[in-house]
Design a protein around this ligand. Structure first.
Ligand SMILES: NC(=O)c1ccc[n+]([C@@H]2O[C@H](COP(=O)([O-])OP(=O)(O)OC[C@H]3O[C@@H](n4cnc5c(N)ncnc54)[C@H](O)[C@@H]3O)[C@@H](O)[C@H]2O)c1
Length: 396
């Protein structure tokens, strides 16, 4: 039985991967420093919302080849390693490799020249080669591969089997080894060089972030002209493939798009005009909305409700969610701000949906969860940039 240690195994990327590999017959050791989550994972608790996640987790647990630990152990020896720890940017918008360094240092005693370390975290270009030389300095001749994660959060089990897996590594042998691992969960393997693969991931996320920024800027232009962007987008894209990829406007945030756009910018000595301007537009959309509300209403007399605190629809993850930027700003200006989300469990300050609607004069959709489509807002003012409740609500 192939053995793999997944590091960051209770995280959003690590847990689904641990389950997937266990279901394919690997012996999976899930290592994560978050002891509470390790305990929960060992009880079979699915830690966050993933379509079909609990069913897949149950299946994996029945195989008895998956368990979680919060400290490195000898069990890890003579197996491969897959790293999924966070790779944020720091206060200077530069890559912060602290989590990565700490996790590598913690597994050093369990590595040898036969070990393969697969980086799954999204990394700053050059990190895979840095890791190889870092290990060499520690007299460990382990191989390093970079195999990027491309699934959309929440849809791992549905998407992963159909997405080609890009595989890059420090040697041909390591590429082959990594491909042999990923062929169990991916339909197609695409081989690449390390830096090309690292850039590919950053380009993908920055591309998406820029696409959202285009629509968000169009939204603000249309809205300032007194027009409804969503209506314009609908007639523009209807039967017209060249505009087909134009997304609706809306809050573009979350744990990856912003920070990976910033990583890409940092990798090019801060020369990434589209990236930085996309950040200003996407983050600025919230400020535009607040400015418009302050002009139209005396907010100090208004109760405002925000529906949807997750960073995107059908998701329970609030990391870098712009709904919180909206909430924090409105808190300074409004009589009261009530927030609600049917999926978010970690924020105890949230209100029940009906309470939020009942007690708010103005309701803002913060994340377009499908359940909001059919709500009765009882003639209250609804602001819904996506236009999912009613297309008229997307003009603010
Ligand atoms: N979330 C996504 O949709 C997504 C998609 C593609 C790529 N990525 C990338 O994957 C990486 C992880 O993202 P995530 O959303 O899963 O983050 P996460 O915070 O949900 O998970 C990271 C996990 O690593 C653990 N960890 C941190 N330091 C550790 C250490 N020293 N040893 C062991 N465990 C440690 C944390 O406790 C946490 O559980 C990032 O590089 C991210 O950019 C994320």
């Amino acid at each position: 039985m192939k053995k793999i240690t997944i590091i960051g195994a209770t995280g959003h990327i690590g847990l689904p991967l641990s389950i997937l590999f266990a279901n394919k017959g690997f012996k999976v050791i899930g290592y994560d420093i978050n002891s509470d989550n390790v305990k929960k994972a060992n009880k079979g608790i699915m830690l966050f919302k993933e379509d079909n996640g609990l069913a897949e987790f149950k299946k994996a647990r029945k195989k008895n080849n998956l368990y979680f630990i919060d400290k490195p152990s000898d069990e890890m020896k003579n197996g491969d390693f897959l790293i999924t720890v966070g790779t944020p940017v720091d206060e200077f918008m530069n890559p912060d490799l602290n989590q990565l360094k700490k996790c590598i240092n913690s597994i050093l005693p369990y590595l040898n020249s036969k070990s393969l370390i697969i980086l799954r975290s999204t990394v700053f270009p050059g990190t895979s080669e840095w890791l190889k030389s870092y290990l060499l300095k520690k007299k460990i001749k382990a191989e390093v591969a970079f195999c990027l994660e491309r699934v959309v959060q929440g849809k791992t089990f549905e998407e992963i089997k159909n997405l080609p897996q890009i595989v890059a590594a420090t040697s041909q042998n390591a590429k082959k080894k990594a491909a042999n691992i990923f062929k169990h969960i991916s339909k197609k393997i695409i081989f690449s060089d390390l830096k090309e693969a690292e850039f590919s991931k950053l380009f993908s996320n920055a591309f998406r972030y820029i696409q959202f920024a285009i629509s968000n800027e169009f939204f603000m232009i249309a809205n300032s002209a007194g027009l409804n962007f969503e209506k314009i987008r609908k007639i523009t894209t209807d039967g017209y493939p060249r505009a087909g990829g134009m997304p609706s406007a809306g809050f573009a945030a979350g744990p990856c798009l912003f920070k990976d756009t910033m990583q890409l910018m940092a990798s090019n000595q801060n020369n990434f005009n589209l990236g930085i301007n996309s950040m200003l537009v996407n983050e600025g959309l919230v400020l535009y909305l607040i400015k418009k509300l302050s002009t139209d209403y005396n907010l100090s007399e208004k109760n405002v409700g925000i529906l949807g605190m997750a960073f995107k629809s059908e998701c329970d993850d609030i990391r870098s969610s712009l709904s919180y930027k909206l909430k924090n700003n409105l808190n300074r200006l409004c009589k009261n701000v009530f927030c609600s989300d049917p999926y978010v469990t970690e924020d105890k300050s949230l209100y029940d949906l009906n309470y939020t609607i009942k007690n708010s004069d103005i309701i803002i959709i913060g994340a377009p969860h499908k359940i909001y489509k059919k709500l009765n807002f009882k003639n209250k003012k609804v602001i819904d940039i996506w236009g999912m409740t009613n297309i008229e609500n997307s003009k603010i």
